[in-house]
Design a protein around this ligand. Structure first.
Ligand SMILES: *Cc1c(COP(=O)(O)O)cnc(C)c1O
Length: 397
């Protein structure tokens, strides 16, 4: 059994103290919102991954979760890799100084030109193929390492080759095509890897491990036919981050269960991971100035300077990620007393632009700051240009 690591995380008090020091430095600034990203927390998550997995594992952090160039360079400088969800992200990885052997390219719509370009300029990059047609397109890409992304169909009962109703995902070749997958893997020299990314914010540990186990078993089957054919298992990301107050659990249980269900997985294969949310979510928080408080509405509305532009998932999706919210004074002191129900509205000219409704907070006044916790994942990288507002100012601490 592995010792549980301590994963650091800020609480409301700490966030307000950090913000206060920023405000002191920015005294003359008229900035409306700050996006504050903490290297400490990022480092803490990265070291956790390093300690938990074998030394030769590659942790390719998902760029789509957080694409700020300074953050990407920091990750690369620490020796970690990057996972690109598009050709553009491959170029971002390059700009961040990431060597080709530490880039994983995972787009579902790679063009022939993009594949050729990578083959020419990114020798040693791992390209995970998403569908059979793509396997035809990579046949001449001899400089790349090729992986095959497999859809593990974990929740389907009886998958059959004609049973398309259980199979509507656009990601990966469904595992019920196993024999064809194996044929391709054996026929193409540079297929070294199998890939599974079972989803994001996976709640069920057992299901997550089962998804990986199914891919591991195919790798074992291929290797039984041709020794050492599959050398890499890319197990994707998907581990969630706790958004309520409290302790973030590490990946210890995940790794223990993985090793017990997939014997020798860490000895027989080089492991690649692609964590996004788990690495970044806690690393940033946002402070946005209260411009107006409307007190004639059913619940008073505090209007701030970020909304669906910085938080598209929170505002447009039916299962919005939760964020803790707190209030600090214009000087940056945490307001702790009193509770009143507020709606927190964003700056955009459309009526759905509310970050939260009915949130109990201390009395809010104009020029106070609303602090939104745990914004490191899928916020800045999803910036929406609706209403053409300026991007938030990023402070790297
Ligand atoms: C989004 C994505 C990730 C990161 O997912 P998290 O849930 O944030 O860990 C990793 N791999 C692939 C292929 C992805 O699409």
């Amino acid at each position: 059994m592995i010792k549980q690591a301590v994963l650091i995380r800020y609480n409301n008090k700490e966030r307000s103290e950090i913000f206060k020091t920023i405000l002191e430095k920015e005294k003359t600034s008229t900035e409306k919102s700050y996006y504050i990203y903490s290297k400490n927390i990022l480092n803490n998550r990265l070291s956790h991954l390093k300690e938990l997995f074998p030394d030769n594992a590659l942790h390719a952090i998902a760029i789509k979760t957080q694409n700020e160039p300074r953050v990407l360079s920091h990750i690369v400088n620490k020796g970690f890799g990057l996972e690109a969800a598009s050709f553009e992200e491959v170029m971002l990885a390059k700009k961040a100084g990431c060597p080709a052997e530490k880039i994983v390219f995972d787009s579902p719509v790679k063009t022939q030109e993009e594949i050729n370009y990578c083959n020419e300029h990114f020798k040693g990059l791992l390209l995970n193929v998403n569908c059979f047609s793509e396997l035809e397109r990579i046949k001449k890409a001899k400089n790349l390492k090729i992986g095959i992304r497999i859809n593990p169909l974990v929740d389907t009962g009886a998958p059959g080759i004609y049973n398309v109703s259980n199979n509507r995902s656009k990601f990966g070749i469904p595992i019920n095509q196993k024999e064809i997958i194996i044929k391709y893997a054996l026929a193409i020299d540079n297929v070294y890897a199998l890939h599974v990314h079972a989803g994001s914010e996976i709640g069920k540990l057992e299901g997550h491990i089962e998804a990986i186990k199914r891919i591991y078993e195919i790798a074992e089957e291929i290797n039984a036919r041709q020794k050492n054919k599959i050398k890499i298992l890319d197990i994707g990301g998907g581990f969630s981050a706790k958004m309520e107050e409290g302790i973030q659990q590490g990946l210890e249980d995940f790794v223990n269960l993985l090793e017990s269900k997939c014997p020798n997985i860490f000895f027989n294969y080089k492991i690649i991971t692609e964590y996004g949310r788990f690495v970044h979510a806690h690393a940033a928080f946002v402070a946005s100035r209260v411009e107006y408080v409307l007190d004639y509405t059913e619940a008073p509305i505090a209007l701030i300077h970020v909304g669906a532009d910085l938080f598209p998932r929170e505002i447009y999706s039916t299962h919005p990620p939760y964020h803790q919210i707190s209030v600090v004074s214009p000087e940056g002191n945490l307001k702790e007393k009193g509770n009143k129900k507020y709606d927190i509205g964003g700056p955009l000219c459309f009526s759905g632009d509310f970050l939260r409704r009915d949130v109990e907070l201390p009395e809010i006044q104009e020029k106070d700051w609303i602090i939104i916790a745990d914004c490191g994942a899928n916020t800045l990288s999803m910036w929406s240009g609706h209403c053409s507002r300026e991007k938030v100012k990023l402070v790297f601490i």
